[in-house]
Design a binder for this molecule. Structure first.
Ligand SMILES: [Zn+2]
Ligand SMILES: [Zn+2]
Length: 267
């Protein structure tokens, strides 16, 4: 019943989540920030550019075939096994976990060779906030679509799991990029199940060593299993080295960023 509702109204629910994040996380960021800063013109420009990238990516994926992924789920193709024919009680949670494993592997892939040039767009935000969740290059959005399609094809992921994962990863993504702090005990407990803001912040640190850790998107377990897990630390310097005079708040400059050569590359 609930899953059917999620499936039928997924787009509206996601829009509702973004509006909720705007008010709730926006308030939290001003009330209890991790890094205190004023909401000046550059902050407005940064957040506007991030939201513009969300709109760009959504439009781009719509054109190249967002529906393609949904058609895959309705085709009920499965190469390894068919989750969609199993009971929803375990097919949906397992489907969500497999999709998140795919996201972890996709994120690791994005730090490899020329894909890093594309993924730099996400890391170029030196002052993280909840809208950093939307800061991706359209090519990365396409890679995400392809990886998710592969997971759907391999395991016969049911459409309800795909819709649920989209909602969960959006909610966790907005929260984990937010410039907020929460009580240490709560952060620790939540960190057992979710990639918290403090865990994801480690991945955004300008230090190349830190860039090679905490690739997880929703669950931290993949990093723990595959040896890329790093505990939270007090680092506050985010961004990418070697961007020179690039205007990191310019929508156009971010779109052409993969073509720019830089001296230093993280892998
Ligand atoms: Zn990354
Ligand atoms: Zn991030």
């Amino acid at each position: 019943m609930l899953l059917e509702f999620v499936l039928q109204h997924q787009q509206w629910l996601m829009l509702g989540q973004i509006l909720l994040a705007f008010f709730l996380l926006g308030w939290w960021e001003s009330a209890n920030p991790f890094v205190r800063r004023s909401f000046d013109d550059s902050e407005v420009r940064r957040q506007t550019t991030n939201v513009l990238l969300l709109v760009t990516n959504y439009g781009f994926l719509y054109i190249v075939g967002l529906l393609f992924l949904w058609r895959l789920t309705s085709l009920q193709v499965h190469l390894l096994f068919d989750l969609s024919s199993s009971s929803v009680l375990w097919a949906v949670p397992l489907g969500v976990m497999l999709l998140d494993l795919g996201s972890y592997l996709r994120h690791r892939l994005m730090h490899w060779r020329w894909l890093w040039l594309v993924h730099r767009v996400h890391h170029s935000d030196e002052q993280m906030n909840w809208t950093t969740e939307f800061r991706f290059h359209p090519i990365e959005a396409l890679v995400t679509l392809i990886v998710q399609s592969c997971v759907v094809l391999l395991f016969g992921i049911p459409p309800a799991a795909l819709a649920l994962y989209a909602l969960i990863s959006l909610a966790v993504g907005c929260w984990q990029h937010a410039n907020v702090i929460q009580p240490a005990w709560l952060d620790r407990v939540l960190g057992w199940f979710l990639v918290t803001p403090s865990l994801h912040r480690v991945h955004h640190q300008i230090d190349a060593l830190m860039l090679g850790t905490n690739f997880g998107v929703v669950f931290p377990w993949w990093d723990q299993i595959m040896g890329t897990y790093a505990k939270t630390n007090a680092g506050r310097q985010f961004g990418v080295l070697g961007l020179g005079d690039l205007d990191v708040h310019s929508w156009w400059q971010l779109l052409v960023l993969p073509l720019r050569r830089i001296k230093e590359r993280h892998e």
